[in-house]
Design a binder for this molecule. Structure first.
Ligand SMILES: *[C@@H]1O[C@H](CO)[C@@H](O)[C@H](O)[C@H]1NC(C)=O
Length: 118
């Protein structure tokens, strides 16, 4: 059976202030059999309202934007059938896909920011 090999990285970028803030992904590598649901976890530690992003990097390719949470509906739908739910009480923004494909093998980046430019 084909599996998807999922790696994760967390980055936090800030353009202002020196507050202690971070995003965290508890596991850095997971393997999921094709057809199974995928959850890539991301929690943040943040004072104030964060902007949260998911990016994906497929093998031998550049970073691609998947989805973002700025404000409004906490369930965000993105590219390739991915979605993520912002949960303020859990301080989480887990990336989910109901049925994984082998081609979902990639590095997934959870990112947080206190500032959005533009
Ligand atoms: C946040 O997560 C908790 C625990 O999983 C859940 O009970 C709650 O309904 C979630 N809140 C939202 C807004 O999804």
């Amino acid at each position: 059976m084909t599996s998807a090999c999922i790696s994760t990285l967390a980055i936090f970028f800030t353009l202002s202030g020196l507050r202690a803030q971070s995003v965290t992904q508890p596991k850095d590598q997971i393997t999921v059999a094709e057809g199974n649901p995928l959850t890539v976890k991301c929690t943040y530690s943040f004072s104030g309202s964060p902007y949260l992003f998911w990016y994906v990097q497929y093998p031998n390719q550049g970073l691609q934007f998947l989805l973002k949470y700025i404000t409004g509906d906490s369930l965000v739908k993105g590219s390739y059938g991915f979605e993520a739910e912002f949960n303020k009480s859990q301080t989480s923004f887990h990336l989910k896909k109901p049925s994984v494909l082998g081609s979902d093998s990639a590095v997934y980046f959870c990112a947080g920011s206190d500032t959005v430019v533009g």
